[in-house]
Design a protein around this ligand. Structure first.
Ligand code: MG
Length: 175
């Protein structure tokens, strides 16, 4: 598979197959940027998500992480990884590390955005973290959070009216 558009489509298909729609990611982007960009249009958010998903390092991270989630769900991994994945052990950490290539795309804002939604777990992230579904989403929750964080950071960097300080302040503390 050498056509870049095929990798993009494969990535979108994998996310859909695992229950994540691009509109779910857009909702996360909106939550991250609504206080800073006016107006924040669907088109701008969709374009930003599209640009992030076109990057090979993002596609590679999604392909790798989702594959491990699926293998764990099918009980096909060797021990101790199978048990670690089933328990979603908090100290495993490789799921967060895999997302660095995504959160790194648009500078340090990507890290702060990712850290914020990883902690709060809004929208689709709450569902992905629901262990009662019997599904294994050890990597997917971090990948989705990182894609949204990077898309939001890209919007911040491409908005000429945005002042740097406002990126780091909480929406609640805005005057
Ligand atoms: Mg995780």
């Amino acid at each position: 598979m050498k056509n870049p558009e095929n990798f993009y489509q494969l990535t979108v298909n994998l996310l859909n197959e695992r229950g994540v729609k691009l509109s779910d990611i857009e909702e996360l982007v909106y939550g991250l940027q609504k206080a800073y960009i006016h107006p924040l249009t669907h088109e701008a958010m969709q374009e930003s998500i599209h640009k992030i998903l076109q990057k090979r390092e993002v596609q590679n991270a999604v392909i790798t992480g989702v594959e491990l989630d699926k293998l764990a769900e099918q009980h096909k991994l060797s021990e101790p990884l199978q048990s670690i994945m089933e328990k979603d052990e908090p100290l495993y950490g490789c799921d967060e590390v895999l997302t660095f290539s995504i959160t790194n795309l648009y500078g340090s804002i990507g890290f702060t955005n990712y850290g914020y939604i990883d902690k709060v777990k809004p929208g689709i992230l709450k569902w992905l973290n629901d262990k009662s579904t019997g599904r294994v989403n050890v990597f997917l929750d971090d990948l989705v959070g990182a894609i949204a964080a990077a898309a939001a950071s890209r919007l911040a960097h491409t908005n000429p009216d945005l002042e740097d300080d406002s990126i780091y302040s909480s929406p609640k503390n805005e005057d």
